[in-house]
Design a protein around this ligand. Structure first.
Ligand code: CA
Length: 412
C-alpha cells in the first residue's frame, strides 16, 4: 500500500494506521479527522460533500467536539470510513487529491480530547509493576496480594480531569504524612510521578445487567491511546488504605489525541505471559491477545534536552484488554461508548523498562542523573514528561504520536 501523499519514513501516521481524532483550526470548528503523515483528513468536509452518503450517517456526527456518536455507529461504518480514506490516499484519482481543502496541515490544527469520557477505569495489570510496588510498600517476600493472579485489579478513576496532550499539569497539594512524623501536614506534593499506560476506548455499549462474554469483548473495543496517569506518591501513600487511590490520582491524567484502531493494530498481536494459576472460565480467552507496542518515556528538562528514562512494551501485560473488559462487566456493570479503560503502569523486567519514577529511582533511593547534570527521583516543576509509542513489523509502522505535559509549580 502506497500513498500519493508524501509521508516521512518515520511517521507514526502511515497509510497502515489512519487513527481518528478531533481537531480545530482558525477556520474550522472542532470536527472529526483522520491523521496521515503530517496532515489531517477532514471527515466533516468529506461528509458534507456527500462522499460517505451511501454509508447513511448524517454529517453532524463528524461535525462535533467528540467522536462518541461516530463511534456509536459501529465498526461496520467506522471501518468503512477508514478503509475508504485509505483507498483514496492511494488512488491518485481520488477526491482527496483533487479537493486540497479536505487535507489540513497538522501544524495548523489544535488537537482535542477525541471522545467525551463518561467513565474512566484504571487497572493494575503489569505483574512487574505490581511486584515492584508491593516490594517497596509492603512485603518483599509476598509482593503480590493474594487476589492479583486471579483477577485484573482495578479502580474507578476520575474522568473530568483527563486532559489532552499539551495541557500543562499543576503540581497538586494535599495531606501527606512525612516519614517519622506523628501527624500529617498540608503541602505541595514532593513526589509527583508519571505512570506509563495505554488506554482503550469503548466502542459498543452493554446494557446494565448484561455482562460482555470474553468471546465478544473485542467487538466492544474501538481503539487505543497513550495515557499518563499522573500520581502524587506522597498523597497516595497516606490516603490509599483501605479504599484505594483518590486525590493522589484525580488531579490530572494526560491522553494522546489520536485513537489508533484495533484494526490497525492487528499485525502486532502476540502471545502474553503464561497465566499461572489458570484463570476462571469467564476470563479464559483464545488466541494471541497481547500487542507488541514499543513505548518510551522522556523527561524534557527546562533547557530543552530530552532524556529517555524508560523503554517498555505493552506486550508485557499480564492481563489483556479482553480480560479487563470481561471482568469489568461480569457483575452487570454497563460500559458506555467513549469510556476509557487504562492498563495500569506498564513496566518490563528490568530497570530500563520501568514505567514510573517510583520504580526507576526505587522510591527515591536511586536518583537518576539527566543530561543537564541535574538529578531526579520524581518530577520537577517545569519538566515536561513525554510518552511515545509505536508498533513496527517489517515495513508496517503504526504509531500513537505522543502525550506530553509540562509540570507547573503548585498554587500558593
Ligand atoms: Ca495508574
Amino acid at each position: 500500500m502506497q500513498s500519493w501523499l508524501p509521508i516521512a519514513a518515520d511517521s507514526d501516521f502511515t497509510i497502515h494506521n489512519l487513527p481518528f481524532g478531533i481537531f480545530s483550526t482558525d477556520q474550522h470548528t472542532r470536527r472529526a479527522g483522520i491523521a496521515i503523515g503530517d496532515q489531517i483528513v477532514d471527515l466533516c468536509k468529506l461528509c458534507q460533500e456527500g462522499y460517505f452518503a451511501d454509508l447513511r450517517f448524517d454529517s453532524w456526527v463528524v461535525n462535533k467536539d467528540n467522536l462518541n456518536h461516530f463511534i456509536a455507529l459501529g465498526k461496520k461504518t467506522t471501518n468503512a470510513v477508514r478503509e475508504r480514506v485509505q483507498q483514496w490516499l492511494c488512488d491518485p484519482a481520488s477526491p482527496l487529491k483533487h479537493y486540497p481543502d479536505t487535507l489540513v496541515p497538522m501544524a495548523a490544527a489544535t488537537l482535542h480530547l477525541p471522545v467525551r469520557i463518561g467513565d474512566y477505569t484504571d487497572f493494575y495489570s503489569s505483574i512487574e509493576h505490581a511486584t515492584n510496588v508491593g516490594k517497596m510498600f509492603r512485603d518483599p517476600a509476598n509482593a503480590l496480594l493474594p487476589n492479583w493472579r486471579h483477577l485484573p485489579v482495578g479502580y474507578h478513576g476520575r474522568a473530568s480531569s483527563i486532559v489532552p496532550s499539551g495541557v500543562p499539569i499543576r503540581r497538586p497539594q494535599g495531606q501527606v504524612m512525612p516519614n517519622g512524623a506523628s501527624a500529617p501536614v498540608f503541602q505541595a506534593s514532593s513526589r509527583l510521578d508519571f505512570e506509563l499506560e495505554t488506554g482503550f476506548i469503548i466502542g459498543k455499549a452493554n446494557e446494565l445487567g448484561s455482562p460482555v462474554p470474553i468471546s465478544e469483548a473485542a467487538d466492544h473495543i474501538f481503539g487505543m491511546v497513550l495515557f499518563n496517569d499522573w500520581s502524587a506518591r506522597d498523597i497516595q501513600k497516606w490516603e490509599y488504605v483501605p479504599l484505594g487511590p483518590f486525590l493522589g490520582k484525580s488531579f490530572a491524567s494526560s491522553m494522546s489525541p489520536w485513537i489508533v484502531t484495533m484494526e490497525a493494530l492487528q499485525p502486532f498481536r502476540v502471545a502474553g505471559p503464561v497465566q499461572d494459576p489458570p484463570v476462571l472460565p469467564y476470563l479464559a480467552f483464545k488466541g494471541h491477545q497481547n500487542y507488541d507496542i514499543g513505548l518510551e518515556v522522556i523527561i524534557r528538562t527546562p533547557d530543552g534536552t530530552e532524556n529517555v528514562v524508560s523503554r517498555s512494551n505493552f506486550r508485557y501485560m499480564y492481563w489483556n484488554m479482553l480480560q479487563q473488559l470481561a471482568h469489568h462487566t461480569v457483575n452487570g456493570c454497563n460500559l458506555q461508548v467513549g469510556d476509557l479503560l487504562a492498563s495500569g503502569t506498564i513496566s518490563g523486567h528490568d530497570e530500563s523498562a520501568y514505567g514510573s519514577m517510583l520504580e526507576i529511582a526505587w522510591s527515591g533511593s536511586k536518583p537518576l542523573t539527566l543530561k543537564d547534570g541535574s538529578t531526579r527521583t520524581f518530577i520537577n516543576d517545569h519538566d515536561t514528561v513525554i510518552m511515545r509509542g509505536a508498533a513496527e513489523k517489517g515495513a508496517i509502522r503504526v504509531g500513537f504520536g505522543e502525550v506530553a505535559a509540562e509540570v507547573l509549580p503548585a498554587l500558593g
